[in-house]
Write a protein that binds this ligand. Structure first.
Ligand code: PHB
Ligand code: FE
Length: 331
């Protein structure tokens, strides 16, 4: 399989664009195109249409998160499965109706190849007005004719602490001066930092920071960042507003701690998409999402969520083979 990107319809010359000014992208037998409002995906047994703003928000996260843990469903039809080295690009694979009609289709692609293709598509299809990571209230339009690019937004630094934010040499704190003003919805969040009184000689070993203040200054939504690491235990807090742009299919258990406000989670069977639960999480609530579900969150106000991940590379196999249960705890 080859990645010929960008490939313009009909001509085979890389720089030809469609009537709206956008390139078409081909990945194996999949073809991706966009016009003023929609993204189109075709594969040998079918085709699909999505609103281009939703498509770009999902694409942005799939690229920035290196295909994340398990499955990233752009919607109920198209998405990716991370095999940590290769990625399945699928259509209808986790959709009962497509499966029964045998219209589903999957291609397995080396990660660098699909990442490069997705990056080019994101770059070409994101106009100067659109920030795929921002809340709908804080971005301009994704729609219309090709109009510049927004590379600063789509290539943002991804926060991944080695030990913890604020440790010497690690990810830094956010403030006005480094371009992180307090978000309009977190104006009431106290900004004071803890005082550290280290014994002489231990100054570089001791750190602490105000996580609420840190999160109140996040410019993006639905983008967990690693703020502290202890072996495979990763604290990945994030600020949420509107709808999680992907439906995440877990390959491991994830814990959610709702730090402020409220999120409603729609939880479905990971493979068929049949409805399993609706979980309403209010500030202080804790839940564990099982390893055999997919979920999408709805946050009516900007909220703070701590996603607690187990980063062990052994988990997908342990769970898929039944040696580890799909749920985290027996009571
Ligand atoms: C998740 O799929 O668990 C997830 C993804 C992004 C978020 C929050 C949760 O911002
Ligand atoms: Fe998830």
């Amino acid at each position: 399989m080859s990645v010929d990107t960008p490939v313009a319809t009909g001509t085979g010359t890389p720089d030809v664009t469609n009537a709206q000014g956008y390139h078409e992208f081909r990945l194996g037998e999949f073809v991706f195109s966009r016009d003023e409002y929609f993204a189109y995906v075709t594969w040998p047994t079918g085709s699909h249409i999505m609103s281009v703003d939703a498509f770009l928000r999902a694409l942005q996260r799939d690229v920035a998160w290196e295909f994340f843990y398990g499955t990233v469903n752009f919607d109920g039809v198209v998405g990716t499965v991370n095999h940590y080295g290769t990625v399945d690009l699928f259509a209808g694979r986790y959709n009962d109706a497509y499966r029964k009609a045998e219209l589903d289709y999957t291609e397995n692609v080396p990660t660098p190849q699909i990442k490069a293709a997705f990056q080019k598509m994101l770059d070409d299809w994101t106009n100067v007005t659109f920030d795929p990571f921002a809340s709908p209230h804080e971005t301009g339009s994704a729609f219309g004719l090709k109009n510049g690019d927004n590379r600063a937004a789509i290539n943002r630094h991804r926060v991944t602490a080695a030990r913890m934010v604020s440790m010497p040499g690690d990810e830094g704190l956010r403030n006005d001066e480094n371009g992180h003003p307090v978000n309009r919805m977190f104006a009431d969040v106290p900004q004071d930092e803890p005082q550290i009184e280290a014994e002489p000689g231990f100054e570089a070993e001791l750190a602490s920071f105000n996580l609420f203040a840190y999160l109140s200054r996040s410019p993006v939504t639905w983008n967990p960042s690693v703020v502290s690491v202890c072996a495979d235990s990763l604290f990945c807090p994030t600020t949420e507003e509107y709808i999680l742009p992907i439906i995440h299919g877990n390959d491991r258990v994830e814990w959610f701690l709702q730090l402020s406000d409220e999120i409603t989670w729609e939880v479905e069977d990971r493979d068929s998409g049949s409805v399993r639960a609706r979980v309403v999480m209010k500030a202080g609530d804790v839940s564990a999402m099982p390893a055999d579900i997919r979920h999408q969150g709805y946050s009516p106000k900007r909220s703070m969520l701590l996603v607690w991940e187990n980063g062990s590379p052994d988990l997908p196999d342990l769970i898929a083979s039944g040696r580890t249960p799909t749920y985290p705890i027996d009571f």
